[in-house]
Design a protein around this ligand. Structure first.
Ligand code: PLP
Length: 406
C-alpha cells in the first residue's frame, strides 16, 4: 500500500460519478514501473504488463507510454492491445488450453507467442516450420505462490509443458524445424521469496544449450505486493541483483546473451486501485453486525474466490470509534468481503473504500444478478478521467435477440 489517493478526492469522485466505483492512480503505476525497471542496473529486462490484471485500453496505453510491452492471455486481449494502439512487436501472447486456431490468429497479428502444450507446439510447427519462432511455456515443477489457486508451476498444475517432457519439445523441433526463441515460466502469483525466481532461471539455464535460437528467458509475473500495513512485498532490488548475478555467470560460462522478460500484472496495478462502495444498510444481529454495501462478488470477487485480503477504510467517518463488522454485499449468494473487521463506526450511507483493488478487480467483475458493472476512473497528476462509464440496461440487453411478443 503506497502513494494513496486521498480520501477527499475519493469522496469527490464518488459524488460526481456515483458508487460503486473503481478509481486507479496512474501515478502509482508509473512509480511501480520505475522501481522495477530502475532496480536493474546491469541488464535491463523487457517488461510486458500482464493485461489480464486490468485491461482497460487507457491503462494499456499508459503502461506502453512508460516503456512496457503488453502481455495477453487471449486473442481478445491481443485485439484490445492493438485497439489501444500498441504495435504488434510490443505484444506478447501466452495462453493455455486454447485451440490452435487462436494461436494462428495471434501469428496473423504478428505478435510474440508462447505456446504451452506439446499438442499445439506440434501443430504450430507443422504449419509454420522455421518461419515463425516462438517461446515455450514450461512447467518448472516448483510450488510457489500466495495460495494453491494462484500457484501455477507445481507438478500437478495444468499450466505449461512439464519440464520432464522437454524431449518432446526437442522432437517437435527436429520433426518440424520449429525454432524456439524463448523459454517461459510463470510459477505463480504473490511470490515473495526471491529464490523461487532464481531456482526457475537456473532450471532454464540448464536447458538452454538444447535451444540454439534462444533469445529470451521469460520469468512471467507473480511479484507480491503488500496488502497490510506491516506486510512486505517481493524485495525487487534483491531480485534484480540476484538475477543480474545469475545472468552474468551464465553469460560468462556460455558466451551467450539471452534477454530477460517479465510479465508483471499485480505489481503494477494492484496498489493503484480503489473500489469505492456505499453502505446500503446495517443489520445488527445478536452475534454479528453486518455492513451491507452496494456491491458484491459480482464487482470484486477476490475475497470469495481466493480469500484475498483488502484493507477497508470508512472514509466518511475516519475518526469514528473502532468496532468489529462483517462487510458483505447485496447479491443473492454469500459474498463476504471481510469477517470480524475493525472499522471506524459505520453508518448507513457511509463510503467504504477497498484498497489494492487495481488487479483482478474490475477485470473479474460480472453482471451477476443483472447488476451493472461500475465505471472506472483513472487519475493522473491529480486529474480524473472517466475511462469506462457505468453500464446501464442497454448493456445488459445488447446481445439478447429480440423478444417476439406476438
Ligand atoms: N503471466 C502469466 C502467464 C500469468 O498467468 C499471470 C497471472 O495469472 C501473470 C503473468 C501475471 O501475474 P501477476 O499478476 O501475479 O504478476
Amino acid at each position: 500500500m503506497q502513494q494513496h489517493i486521498d480520501s477527499a478526492l475519493l469522496q469527490r469522485l464518488a459524488s460526481t460519478y456515483g458508487t460503486p466505483l473503481y478509481v486507479y492512480n496512474a501515478d502509482h503505476m508509473t512509480a511501480q514501473y520505475e522501481r522495477l525497471s530502475q532496480a536493474f542496473t546491469q541488464k535491463k529486462p523487457r517488461f510486458f504488463y500482464a493485461s489480464k490484471a486490468l485491461t482497460n485500453p487507457h491503462v494499456l496505453r499508459h503502461m506502453h507510454s512508460l516503456g512496457a510491452g503488453i502481455d495477453c492471455s487471449s486473442i481478445n486481449e491481443v485485439l484490445m492491445a492493438l485497439y489501444a494502439g500498441i504495435p504488434a512487436q510490443d505484444i506478447l501472447y501466452t495462453s493455455n488450453g486454447i485451440h490452435i486456431e487462436e494461436i494462428v490468429s495471434a501469428a496473423n497479428a504478428g505478435v510474440h507467442i508462447n505456446i504451452d502444450s506439446i499438442s499445439n507446439l506440434r501443430k504450430f510447427g507443422e504449419l509454420y516450420g522455421d518461419s515463425y519462432p516462438v517461446g515455450v511455456r514450461l512447467r518448472p515443477n516448483i510450488m510457489a505462490g500466495g495460495n494453491l489457486k494462484i500457484s501455477t508451476g507445481h507438478d500437478k498444475s495444468k499450466f505449461g509443458i512439464p519440464i520432464d517432457q522437454i524431449d518432446q519439445v526437442l522432437a517437435v523441433m527436429a520433426h518440424t524445424g520449429l525454432r524456439i526463441k524463448g523459454l517461459h515460466i510463470h510459477t505463480g502469483s504473490e511470490i515473495k521469496d526471491v529464490s523461487v525466481f532464481i531456482q526457475g532461471v537456473q532450471l532454464l539455464f540448464t536447458l538452454s544449450e538444447k535451444f540454439p535460437h534462444l533469445e529470451f528467458v521469460d520469468l512471467g509475473g507473480g511479484f507480491k505486493v503488500p496488502y497490510m500495513a506491516d506486510e512486505q512485498g517481493t524485495d525487487i532490488e534483491n531480485l534484480a541483483k540476484s538475477l543480474e548475478d545469475a545472468f552474468a555467470l551464465f553469460e560468462k560460462n556460455t558466451g551467450r546473451d539471452v534477454a530477460i522478460w517479465f510479465e508483471p500484472g499485480k505489481y503494477l496495478v494492484s496498489g493503484a486501485g480503489y473500489f469505492v462502495t456505499q453502505v446500503n444498510l446495517i443489520k445488527q444481529t445478536p452475534t454479528v453486525a453486518f455492513v451491507s454495501v452496494n456491491s458484491g462478488f459480482n464487482h470484486l470477487i477476490r475475497p470469495m474466490f481466493y480469500d484475498s485480503y483488502h484493507y477497508i477504510k470508512n472514509i466518511s467517518n475516519p475518526q469514528g470509534e473502532l468496532k468489529p463488522y462483517a462487510v458483505v454485499g447485496n447479491i443473492c449468494e454469500t459474498d463476504t468481503f471481510a469477517w470480524d473487521r475493525e472499522l471506524n463506526e459505520v453508518r448507513e450511507g457511509d463510503l467504504l473504500v477497498f484498497y489494492n483493488a487495481g488487479a483482478y478487480g474490475f477485470e473479474m467483475s460480472s453482471n451477476f444478478n443483472s447488476r451493472y458493472r461500475p465505471p472506472e476512473i483513472m487519475v493522473r497528476n491529480g486529474e480524473p478521467l472517466m475511462i469506462r462509464r457505468r453500464e446501464d440496461f442497454t448493456d445488459l440487453t445488447r446481445a439478447i435477440m429480440p423478444i417476439d411478443n406476438t
